[in-house]
Design a protein around this ligand. Structure first.
Ligand code: ZN
Length: 159
């Protein structure tokens, strides 16, 4: 099931999280400064460039989340995981890791940077940057066959 979270709300090109989104994503409140998060739905040249590099999927640059149409709760949870990485790691590690994952591993080496599998005793922090995003996304996706496994690893879970 896909939950559209901005239905019935404003669709301004740059906006803070809606109250309904904040309530559904309240588990992120301790790890992410939700007041600083901005959802961007109409792009400048920078937005077009980064979403093109990402293959048209959503992207988080610091506190700015570029959402190209897909505004489902699992996608937003994935991107908020990246915002939490940005807060925890700092900008240099975040952008270095993002470039490594998206440009070197995904584009040049054709690796599936999102693929993850459960390993006994392996904590969330030891998964790759995009694997962490995917684990949280799977945890929020009621249709994902990996939801239960993801919920045992993810530090963020739906209410
Ligand atoms: Zn991601």
């Amino acid at each position: 099931m896909t939950i559209l979270i901005s239905a019935g709300h404003s669709t301004r090109p740059v906006r803070p999280l809606h109250r309904a989104e904040r309530e559904l994503l309240t588990c992120f409140a301790s790890a992410v400064d939700l007041d600083r998060v901005r959802i961007i739905t109409r792009y400048s040249w920078l937005g077009r460039l980064v979403t093109r590099i990402s293959g048209g999927s959503a992207v988080a640059l610091g506190y700015r989340i570029f959402l190209p149409g897909d505004n489902s709760l699992p996608t937003l949870a994935h991107e908020l995981t990246h915002v939490s990485q940005y807060q925890r790691w700092g900008w240099w590690r975040y952008y270095l890791s993002g470039t490594w994952n998206q440009v070197v591993l995904r584009l040049l080496l054709r690796r599936d940077v999102y693929h993850w599998r459960e390993e006994t005793g392996k904590p969330f922090d030891q998964f790759g940057m995009e694997q962490q995003g995917q684990i949280v996304e799977d945890c929020f996706n009621a249709a994902s066959p990996r939801r239960i496994a993801a919920a045992t690893i993810s530090p963020f879970r739906p209410i």
